[in-house]
Design a binder for this molecule. Structure first.
Ligand SMILES: Nc1ncnc2c1ncn2[C@@H]1O[C@H](COP(=O)(O)OP(=O)(O)OP(=O)(O)O)[C@@H](O)[C@H]1O
Ligand SMILES: [Mg+2]
Length: 368
């Protein structure tokens, strides 16, 4: 089977609150897929529906080709790791991990071997007899993961599992989780609101915004070719220009912006339409004289040193700031000098603006 989890036209409504909107999502067997989005965008709700804890208001969810509600919870090949580890405080680490197998009445000898295997896998040998209160946050998290993995799920759902850890431990656990996922070849559906975590760990990222799936793609697709303004600004740093299409010449699209004009490449844009242009700071160039296709002028305001790169902050006449990134050691214009920013036209990402549909809708309104 190509897809292990399939969501088709899924909506979730709580009272007046439409939390998940027309979600179509197909998860491939063995992949590490991350649901990424800001707080309240519907990530946990989506995960809980896949786990079968929550029913969609409309739409269907299938796991291994079967509707999730057809199966009793203990028959499902899906396990969940929550942000709060929810370990049993009165049980030892070994007993916490063994719990799922005891419920399933797996023979004692087998439980013993599998618990040992899991403890080795998450590198907790020697901790078997301790209680959860005697472990650090990262160790507790590993117990929670071992407890879910021992059931040999086909799909593991993880809801911000590293949220409570400090940055250093988080980074270490990110690598460990990725290693485990590869080794066991289990499909992971992982929830986070941390874009860096999503970029480092995932095969594909699903970016959610206000209950809508804005884009699904590999980390590089999402970074290089964001499909919406939200995605462009949510992942990494970027410079955003809003404007209208002023001129089209072959695949070159010239965009009129508040302070002049800029150019990028695209093939399905119309004269006059609202458009957003995103240019990453590392793609920005500058010149002391105007460059063909570009008509914006800025003043250099400041430099920010970030280790191996320097961010040059420049200001447009309307007060908006842009960032130009350079490697440390490269030459840079002086603070206070006026420069003309430009870029390779194919380095700009042109995005159809949501305003177009608003104005099209207004065009269709007939006043009585
Ligand atoms: N049981 C519920 N009843 C009513 N509204 C709910 C319920 N559960 C969630 N919501 C609402 O649905 C929206 C999405 O919640 P959800 O928990 O899925 O967000 P999230 O993306 O996981 O956010 P976070 O990153 O903060 O965990 C929120 O506005 C939330 O208040
Ligand atoms: Mg959540």
């Amino acid at each position: 089977m190509e897809y292990i989890v399939e969501l088709d036209g899924v909506n979730k409504v709580y009272g007046k609150n439409h939390v998940v909107k027309d979600l179509d999502l197909k998860v491939k067997e063995g992949e590490f897929l991350t649901l990424l989005g800001s707080s309240g965008c519907g990530k946990t709700t989506t995960l809980r529906m896949i786990a079968g804890f929550e029913e969609p208001t409309t739409g269907t969810i299938k796991v291994e080709g079967e509707a999730i509600e057809e199966k009793e919870p203990f028959e499902r090949n899906v396990n969940t790791v929550f942000q709060t580890y929810a370990l049993f405080p009165h049980m030892t680490i070994a007993d916490n991990i063994a719990y799922g197998l005891k419920i399933k009445k797996v023979p004692k000898a087998e439980i013993k071997t599998r618990v040992k295997e899991m403890i080795d896998l998450v590198q907790l040998s020697g901790f078997e007899k301790r209680y959860p209160s005697q472990l650090s946050g990262g160790q507790k998290q590993r117990v929670a993961i071992a407890r879910a993995l021992i059931n040999k799920p086909r799909v593991l759902l993880l809801d911000e599992p590293l949220g409570a850890l400090d940055l250093k431990l988080r980074k270490q656990m990110q690598l460990e989780l990725k290693r485990l996922q590869r080794k066991l070849n289990i499909t992971f559906i992982y929830v986070t609101h941390d874009q860096e975590e999503a970029l480092t760990m995932s095969d594909r990222i699903a970016i959610m915004h206000d209950g809508i799936l804005d884009q699904l793609g590999t980390p590089s697709e999402i970074y290089e070719a964001p499909k919406t303004k939200f995605v462009a600004t949510f992942i990494g740093e970027t410079n955003i220009f809003d404007g209208t299409v002023g001129f089209i010449n072959g695949d070159e699209v010239q965009v009129t912006v508040e302070n002049g004009f800029i150019t990028g490449k695209g093939d399905d844009f119309k004269f006059g339409e609202y458009i957003t242009v995103s240019v990453r700071p590392e793609k920005m160039k500058y010149s002391e004289t105007p460059v063909e296709g570009f008509g914006i002028k800025v003043v250099v305001k400041d430099y920010i040193y970030v280790g191996s790169v320097i961010k040059c902050i420049v200001v447009l006449p309307n007060g908006n700031e842009l960032k130009i990134e350079r490697l440390a050691g490269e030459s840079l214009p002086e603070i206070g000098s006026a420069i003309y920013p430009y870029w390779n036209k194919e380095d700009a990402v042109l995005i159809h603006s949501r305003e177009n549909s608003i104005f099209e809708a207004l065009d269709n309104v007939v006043l009585a």
